[in-house]
Write a protein that binds this ligand. Sequence first.
Ligand SMILES: *Cc1c(COP(=O)(O)O)cnc(C)c1O
Length: 456
Amino acid sequence: MGEQVKYELNEGRIPKRWYNIQADLPKALPPVLHPATFAPVGPDDLAPLFPMSLIMQEVSTEREIEIPEPVRDIYRLWRPTPLYRARRLEKALGTPARIFYKYEGVSPAGSHKPNTAVAQAFYNKEQGVKRLSTETGAGQWGSSLAFAGALFGLEVTVFQVRVSYDQKPYRRALIESYGAHCLPSPSDQTAYGRAVLAKNAKHPGSLGIAISEAVEVAAQREDTKYALGSVLNHVLLHQSVVGLEAIEQMQMADAYPDVIVGCTGGGSNFAGITFPFIGAGLRGGHKPRIVAVEPAACPSLTRGRYAYDFGDTAHMAPLSKMHTLGSAFTPPGFHAGGLRYHGMAPLVSHLKELGLIEAVAYHQTECFAAGVQFARNEGILPAPEANHAVKGAIEEALRCKREGRADTILFNLCGHGHFDMQAYIDYSAGKLVDQPYDEQELAMALAGLPSVPEPA
Ligand SMILES: *Cc1c(COP(=O)(O)O)cnc(C)c1O
C-alpha cells in the first residue's frame, strides 16, 4: 500500500478570482422579497445591513469576481489548503473507489468559515464600517468573524444561542480571545431579545432569534453592519476558493471526481467545494454526481418545502425562496450545532429543484461512527458537521464496493472537531440519541409559512 498522498499547491496558486455560479445557471434565481411588502428587494433595501460591495456580489451574474489582494494576503496564512488521498480509509473499507478529501480544518478557526469572514470584514472596513454584529450557534462562525475583525480592526459583537453559550464555553473563549464581544441570545440588549425573554426568561435560544438580534443592532446603528456566515449568495461565492483549488489539486493527482460529497447546514461549505465543478459541467465539462448530506434531525433539503420563507424568527430579514422547515422551527437539541438552521441556501435549493444535486439525511450516531472510523485511519478528528460528509463519502465508497466500480470520490472535510470533544465524550458513553424528526412539529412549522404571491 502506498503512502498517504497530499496534493499541495504553493501559495502562489491561491485563486485570484472567486467563481460565481449565477453566471452559469440554466434558470435565474428567484428574487429576494421584502419581509413586509413582499416586493422584490433592491440594493438600497439591503444597504442598512451590508456594505454595497457585498450587496452587488449578492446579485451579480458575472462568472468571475476578483479577490482583493488584502484578502488573498490573509488567505496565505492557511491557503491553499491540502487535498489528501484517503488510502488507509479506502483499504479499511475494502473499496475499489479512490477517496480524496479537501481539508479546511487548517484555517485559524479550524473550519472553512474564515474564507468568507475575512472577505466580509475587508469590504466592511473598506466602506468605513466600525462594528459588525452577527449570530453564532456552536461558535464556529462567531470565532471566524472575531478572527477576521481582529485583523481589520473592526469591533465584533456576537449573539450566541443561549444553550451553546452555556454548554460550549471554549468557542466563546476563542471569540473573546480574538477581542470580540459575545452575548447569550436571547439577550436584554435588543427589543426583540427582551420580548422573547418576557415570554420565557429561560429561553434556550435559536439561530433564528440570534439573527434577529444581530440584524436589529445593525439596522439601528449607522456605524454597524451585519454579517452572516452561510446561506447568502456572497458567502457561497467566497467559499468557491475551496473547489477552485480542488480542481487544480485533482489535476495534480491525475483524477477527476465522479462523485462530490459535502455536508449542508446553510450550504456554504458544500457550495464551496461543489459549485466550481458544477459550473464546469454546466459549461460542457464532466458532470460529477453531487451529494448533499444533512442531519436527519434538521432535514431542510430532504423534508422541507421549497417556498418563500423568512430568514429569521422576528421577520426582519428578507424572504428567500429556499428549502425550509419554517422559521418557527426549533431543531431538537443535538450536537452538530452548525447544521441547525431552518432553511437552506437559496442557490443550493435552486440547484436541487433543477435536479443538479442529490440530497440524503443521516442520523448523528451513524455520522459519529463514520467520523471515528475516519480518525482511526486518517488521523484527523472531524467536526460533528463534517462527520456527515465523511458518512456520505463512506456510503459512496461502499456502494462502489458492492457494484465493483472504481469511482473517484471527493469530499469536503470542512473542519476539525477539537472544540467538540464533549460531543465525542457523549458519543463514546452512548449518550447521543437519534431524535426522530417530529412530524407534527414539521407540519405546524410549515403551516406557518407566509403565503407569498409568486413574483412575476
Ligand atoms: C458552520 C459549519 C457548517 C455548516 O455551515 P455550512 O454553511 O452548511 O457549511 C458545517 N461544518 C462546519 C465545520 C462549520 O463550521
